[in-house]
Design a protein around this ligand. Sequence first.
Ligand code: FUC
Length: 804
Amino acid sequence: MINDGYTRRGVLATGLGAAAGSLLATGVTAAPARAGTQGNPLTLWYTRPAAAWLEALPVGCGRLGAMVFGGVATERLQLNEDSVWAGGPHDYDNPEALAALPEIRRLVWEDKWQAAQNLADRKFLGKPSEQAPYQVLGDLTLTLPGSAEFTEYRRELDLTRAVTTVTYVRDGVRHTREVFASNPDQVIVMRLAADKPGAVTFQAAFSSPQTSSGSGAGPDTIALDGISGDTQGLKGEVRFRALAKARAKGGAVRTDGGTLVVEGADEVTLLISMGSSYRSYQDVGGDPAEVAGRHLLRASGQPYEVLLRKHVRDYQRLFGRVEIDLGTSEAVALPTDERIARKQLDTDPQLAALYFQFGRYLLISCSRSPGYAANLQGIWNDSLTPAWESKYTININCEMNYWPAGPANIIECMDPLFDLIKDLSETGARTARAQYGAGGWVAHHNTDGWRGTAPVDFAFYGVWPTGGAWLCLTLWEHYLYTGDERRLREHFPLIKGSVQFFLDTLQTDPRTGCLVTNPSHSPEVGHHEDGGENVSICAGPTMDMQILRDLFGAFAEASEILGQEDEMRAKVREARARLVPNQIGHLGQIQEWQEDYRGDAALSRSRHISHLWGLFPSHQIDPRLSPELAAAARRTLELRGEAGAGWSLAWKINFWARLLDAPQAYKRLSNLLLPARTAPNMFDLHPPFQIDGNFGGTSGITEMLLQSHADQVHLLPALPAAWPAGSYHGLRARGGFEVSVEWAAGSLVRGRIRSDLGRKLTLRTAKPVTVTDRGRPVKVERPEAGVLVFDTRRGATYDVTPSP
Ligand code: FUC
């Protein structure tokens, strides 16, 4: 069985057989009469059909997604295709902006913020000033005749195989449906089976809130054709087609208009294919019928078992790289929604492990090639007008989506993000020219299917030129994790273009002489809100300076590695030295702005904590290297307060982990897993559903167990008391290391580190350790307590054990 194969292979691969074995054994023995997780603790499961969207279970293969409701009389698959954006190709740049820029800057220098912000609202926002929403494609609804009664209902999502299953007994027949989304075959597959011959009977039809129509497309296939919606005066131009084809064993299949009719089959495989006319942000001339038809035809030629096997193999190649055991308890036997409703993470450590793996599952399911990057809802959206248009918000949310990709060992999932950055470097070059008269490229706080890069919404939120710069640092992160120079060379022009924009636009602050952004802001936080003013606009906010310090640093290092741009490197290093440094303010906090504003500004409880960007994802603020700044970051977190939207809480887990404060990090994780922030289907709630919190939470758990910044690999840096014993296998550290660790009584029992690049390794542990290479002691230096340094060989595996 595939599932057995997965777990056994995993256990063998860990070399930590004892810990992994005990995880499995506990899962099995804890399984209660009510079925529980049936020996597989990596299962979300429920005793009722989904009564709401946030109870339905997500499947996806990057390009396609579905929410599966698991109903008995009707089954609903809410369908998404990741290019269905309202509107059409559009250049958002504002031709009036460039002329207004000097005046906006002057007003900022004179502290006339309200006037500056008003002018930016009038002249500097994109046209239109709001971007387009990502939209639902439609539903496929199955109507299944029979009595209203049913028993032995169970609905689950198996994270080890990425298959969701529904089973129940109705009118004396056990029905079983499985659904998965296949990346190799680019279709969503549903199999309907029964334990009596001839018992599979249903009708299926598409519906959609879009302008669309259903029809028959052959004797066993129905179609839905539609077009995306209009928005902000832009005509909807993404045409799409969905197809559903039934392949039955026994019984009869026919279509009746747009209805698929299946009668008396033994078993049915339903293949769902979707395609759109979107070829790129500037071309919607594709043929949706060709795309949907091609994938359907190819899948049609393959038996269900083959489609399933290919899907599971493809998925496990990514998912199977990491195992995690944070301990277990009786609670694993409860349905997932009941576990969340208990509000007791302390007595349910496996729920944290499940959340971690669910995050990995989600990223694999919504960010794969072929396909576009994960938006605010990944790919899962049932609306024409989703919250914040389900765009790519790049002042935190989109980047957060990708935090787990490197450390949680699914780095291929970043590829669609890199495609997005490539697009933005093109549209952003237009914006740089049109609105700033600058070279290079710029992206502000949001983008959409049309890769808008001009400022949008209001100046208060939108006039922030550093979104593209942050995105570029994900390209650099990829290199830090993989050491892949070929990719770095491919990505370097994007980094260079972003740097160029800032070389062209940074201003010398007349008061401080520092190089600063102007206009900009600290995302979404006002620094003066009194006297009818509410202004965020300013010069040189801390976050910008932190991002640019890292961007310029990455550029300099990359250009050295690649042997390119010597002259520009010198200029960039000079500029880097002139950025405003991190500063500590009057409350002992990290200053959010160049000026240490008093009053409400410093006391803001905003969910945005942008000035701690330097603590995470960056490491400019570090308890070891800059203890005073770290203390100020702690103060900042205390001032900002404990509460927060889903993503904000998730960010705080990462912050506290970086401050090596396990109790505080764990507290934020517990809060993230409360019903107010985690839906019954484990989707993160801002609220509403926003997927960043899932990914930020996954990243936060990693940061508690393994950190690898500032040239050190730190094992178990913020291990909470609630997880006294456990293990993980396969997390990744920067520098090309794969790390597995087992711990008991809160301390390391053994670790195992594979070096893929043969780099020098600096290892930090709470207690002294010894390193061996195939049983032989390795020569190490011990520069300070808890730290050892040694040269590794490419491909070698090192064992780490507590020193006697
Ligand atoms: C920013 C945040 C919101 C939300 C939205 C998508 O505006 O302030 O909390 O995450 O982006």
